[in-house]
Design a protein around this ligand. Sequence first.
Ligand SMILES: *[C@@H]1O[C@H](CO)[C@@H](O)[C@H](O)[C@H]1NC(C)=O
Ligand SMILES: *[C@@H]1O[C@H](CO)[C@@H](O)[C@H](O)[C@H]1NC(C)=O
Length: 343
Amino acid sequence: MQHSRPSPSPRGRLLLLLALQLLCALSVAYQTLSDDFLRNLTLAESDFDIHNQEGLLAPILIPRVPGTPGQAKTQQHFVNFFRKELPDWTLLWQNSTGTTPVTGNRQIPFSNLIVRKEPPWTKPGQANYLTLVAHYDSKFKPDNFIGAIDSAVPCAILMHIARFVDKYMKQMHEEMVALGELGGTVPMDMGLQILLLDGEEAFGPAWTSTDSLYGSRSLAEEWEHTMNPAMSSYRDPLGQISIFVLLDLLGSANPRIPSYFLPTHWAYMNMASVEERMRKLGLLETKPQKPFLYEASKVPSQFSKSFVGDDHEPFMKRGVPILHLIPSAFPLCGIQWMTMASI
Ligand SMILES: *[C@@H]1O[C@H](CO)[C@@H](O)[C@H](O)[C@H]1NC(C)=O
Ligand SMILES: *[C@@H]1O[C@H](CO)[C@@H](O)[C@H](O)[C@H]1NC(C)=O
């Protein structure tokens, strides 16, 4: 791990965060958003201030190893935020336990938090969900590992997105109800679902298929066996995921995020075009040589079978479309993973 890279300026960091939250939020849109709309987008810097305990990020910049007090504190931060800021969203826990190669016979608890909002007219099993995902656990070793970009920042971005899009979802739903348009099509029945996953990290020194992805493996398996009511639009909650957008290792300067999967390249291209428009409008402060989403013009023959192992795997295996937003070259600066110095 290298410690030599200078930290990006605070504004640069915020702009990155802003860009990412927007890029995600906007992949929701079925309509092209106006320049005015893009100009109106704002981000409260205090939410991502690493010293502001009232913000979204600072309270979870602590070790968050499953089965430790940091895990419980992080969970409490999420619950407090959603209950206070988004009281009409549904909060669900999906819990499991498991042993790991380094913790003996002790059953370690893994708790995934599922937060959702769907159109008011949808019946159970009817809504499809744009699904935004990050993991909140941190590594077992080294001691006191904080994992700022891995993945506290992505979790804070997802909270920010939920609060940001809430008012637009509400407005859209009210307008549709007023017009008597009560869904029945995929675009109309679209909701938003955020998965804050636990137990992504391996406990032992080597990442293996059984020592990693504890939370996501449990959730994907449970959802595969959870049948929706008869006559639902989708057989099970996996089918309700329109696209699984996984954020990981984000928060350092100038990420270079490839397009990994051809089936979701359309969404990647939409996001890349929003990034390009925002740069042209001067709304992003960072001026990297290449855009963050630099593979918009990738052609089908350039897609390979290789991918980065992460929480999407148990879902991808079960046929869920995946958009993986993770830099191709992992940020080298160990300092960003291990301390708060450089988020
Ligand atoms: C942008 O914000 C202004 C001021 O709040 C508002 O009047 C306008 O409708 C907004 N434009 C869009 C496209 O949201
Ligand atoms: C699942 O875990 C969460 C977080 O630890 C806890 O609040 C909740 O009560 C648990 N649910 C069940 C059914 O055990």
